[in-house]
Design a binder for this molecule. Structure first.
Ligand code: CAA
Length: 283
């Protein structure tokens, strides 16, 4: 199975990062979003992030131009019909993803692998909206995509061995480390990460320590690059709440109940870095 052309659905934080790493590894990329303004913004972010490498002497200006030249933009899902693999990184809403995969399944050539970058929606359930569940898989990239080494590769119940092997090999070609797991709520990454973040929010809520102390203790004491509250702001507090609810509903265990303080912040529109305010101020 030779994978040359990649479709990426969504030009936001994860989508443009995914397009960036594929283009940098030499693949032709078609990045789709619902408006031209979104795709242009995504491309501008790739440009900005590539420039970091140029400024540090890790990449020449010519290489940067070549990488950007491999990213084409579209607003039509049907334009991805000839891609060898399409990876979806749209908003974390079941109805949105369902429509995207129904449309892609009808449009794409036989043999196109469909992948989702979902952080917690069931791969098996998404695969079931298509007529090619054997060619459906989870490729969960971590933020910031160009920097983070891991791709969590999630096998749905019907994912074939050929699809799994092709995606493992493709991930290695990106210079990433793919690690497989099975399809259960939150997979491994968020099943382990979100309870830690939630517990840090409970510690704040119960007055155990300040934001700075909680993050300082976890950063210096556990050698984490960011404290859990800074990381929650970085991921987005709405995303953290969404994933915790998926864990609680999917696994049925009250230990995943989201902290009331997290719910309150999301209700207030304090979503972390992207909204300018969360546990920290970003104004
Ligand atoms: N694109 C490209 N490069 C980037 C970048 C981006 N968006 N952000 C940072 N970088 C690069 C910088 O240029 C720098 O490169 P060099 O090493 O070549 O100098 C390097 O990354 C480190 O960046 P900084 O010096 O600016 O900052 P830092 O040392 O504080 O690191 C960080 C920033 C990489 C984000 C680090 O704090 C970190 O690893 N944090 C934890 C991130 C994490 O846990 N991510 C997973 C979140 S969970 C998730 O994504 C899944 C989910 O489902 C919720």
């Amino acid at each position: 199975m030779s994978i040359q052309t990649i479709g990426v659905i969504g030009a936001g934080q994860m989508g443009n990062g995914i397009a960036h790493v594929f283009a940098q590894a030499g693949f032709q990329v078609l990045m789709q979003d619902i408006s031209e303004a979104f795709t242009q913004k995504g491309l501008a972010t790739i440009d900005k992030n590539l420039q970091r490498g140029v400024d540090k002497g890790k990449m020449s200006a010519e290489e940067k131009t070549a990488v950007l030249g491999r990213v084409k933009l579209t607003t039509r899902l049907e334009d991805l019909a000839d891609c060898d693999l399409v990876i979806e990184a749209a908003t974390e809403k079941w109805e949105v993803k369902k429509l995207i995969f129904e449309t892609l399944d009808a449009a794409c050539k036989p043999g196109t692998i469909l992948a989702s970058n979902t952080s917690s929606i069931s791969i098996t359930k998404l695969a079931a909206v298509t007529k090619r569940p054997e060619a459906f898989i989870g490729m969960h990239f971590m933020n910031p995509v160009p920097v983070m080494q891991l791709i969590e590769v999630i096998r749905g119940l019907a994912t074939s061995e050929a699809t799994f092997e092709a995606v493992m090999e493709l991930s290695r070609k990106l210079g990433k480390t793919p690690i497989p797991c099975n399809d259960f709520p939150g997979f491994v990454s968020n099943r382990v990460l979100m309870p830690m973040i939630n517990e840090a929010i409970y510690a704040l809520y119960e007055g155990v320590a300040s934001v700075e102390s909680i993050d300082g203790i976890m950063k210096l004491g556990m050698n984490h690059p960011m404290g859990p509250l800074a990381l929650a702001d970085f991921i987005g507090l709405d995303s953290c709440l969404f994933i915790l609810n998926v864990l609680r509903e999917g696994l049925g265990d009250p230990k995943y109940r989201p902290c009331p303080l997290l719910i309150k912040y999301v209700d207030a529109g304090w979503l972390g870095k992207k909204s300018g305010r969360g546990f920290y101020d970003y104004a």
